[in-house]
Design a protein. Structure first.
Length: 89
């Protein structure tokens, strides 16, 4: 009796995990799509000040702009496999 019960419990856990991962992927897709739309059209009040291969490169450039007073804040947005440095317009 333990075999069928264990199999059923494993199947239920697998389905729950699949649903959780699918939900997380959907949220990530929505967030990426929203960021992409903002990056492509330019979020209201924000300009694209650079485009980078990695998030770290974007953050480094953003921090440099903060340090030299070029902008007071920035965002790094993933768009089409590139990281766009968004700064206030």
């Amino acid at each position: 009796m333990h075999g069928p019960t264990r199999t059923a419990a494993t199947a239920v856990a697998g389905v729950a995990l699949a649903l959780a991962l699918t939900g997380a992927a959907a949220v990530a897709t929505i967030a990426t799509a929203s960021a992409a739309a903002a990056s492509e059209t330019g979020a209201q009040g924000w300009d694209v000040s650079g485009s980078f291969d990695t998030q770290q490169e974007c953050v480094t450039a953003g921090d440099a702009g903060l340090a030299d007073g070029s902008w007071a804040q920035y965002r790094c947005v993933l768009f089409e496999a590139r990281w766009d440095l968004m700064t206030p317009a």
